[in-house]
Design a protein around this ligand. Structure first.
Ligand SMILES: [Fe+2]
Ligand SMILES: [Fe+2]
Length: 197
């Protein structure tokens, strides 16, 4: 893990008010989950991987629904910045879809996971550099807070910590296909954005 991409973690209040702080904390959570998958085995690895898949799906969907549209409309050169980010997200999603029902004990699992990790990491770095810093400069506090609220609503669909009784529970592992989770996330985000006006 490089310290170049260490998120500037704020306190929880900052994350309620600032979509950039919140998304950067999620980038950190994603990195930690990759570490957790790498460091574990068997059932524990399976559980950590399910949480990683879930958070990735929810995170990318929330970005697509909330921050990319804002960046497209409001940043100088925003169209191109967002097109580049969407291309990276598509590539990572394809790798993710291919891994989604992978056997985490299979010898091919770790090399494929590392490929995904590299893609996700480079993408996150590009977002932070070309998109997030500019959003923070251009959005007013109300916009940052409204976007944060929608991303928080999405996040509630992706617990990052293991559930108690993980060894017994099919419920926490059977999240269904990634595509279905993305659909549900999209609905939740749109509803929240709609309420916020
Ligand atoms: Fe993204
Ligand atoms: Fe991201």
């Amino acid at each position: 893990m490089s310290d170049l991409d260490t998120p500037q973690a704020g306190d929880d209040r900052a994350m309620d008010d600032d979509v950039v702080a919140l998304l950067m904390r999620q980038h950190g959570d994603i990195r930690n989950l990759f570490d957790e998958v790498e460091a574990s085995q068997g059932e524990e690895r399976r559980d950590a991987f399910r949480r990683l898949v879930r958070l990735l799906a929810v995170h990318e969907t929330a970005e697509e629904e909330v921050v990319h549209p804002y960046a497209r409309r409001n940043l100088a050169g925003g169209e191109q910045v967002v097109e580049d980010r969407l291309a990276e997200e598509r590539a990572a999603k394809e790798t993710l879809a291919a891994l989604d029902d992978a056997d985490t004990d299979d010898p091919t699992f770790m090399p494929r996971l590392m490929k995904l990790r590299t893609e996700v990491q480079e993408h996150a770095r590009a977002e932070e550099r070309y998109e997030f810093t500019h959003i923070r400069r251009s959005a007013d506090p109300g916009q940052l807070a409204t976007m944060a609220k929608a991303v928080k609503a999405a996040e509630s669909m992706a617990p990052t910590r293991p559930h108690p009784g993980v060894e017994s529970g099919a419920a926490n592992i059977a999240v269904g296909p990634v595509a279905a989770l993305m659909d549900r996330t999209r609905d939740t985000v749109r509803k929240t954005m709609g309420e916020g006006g």
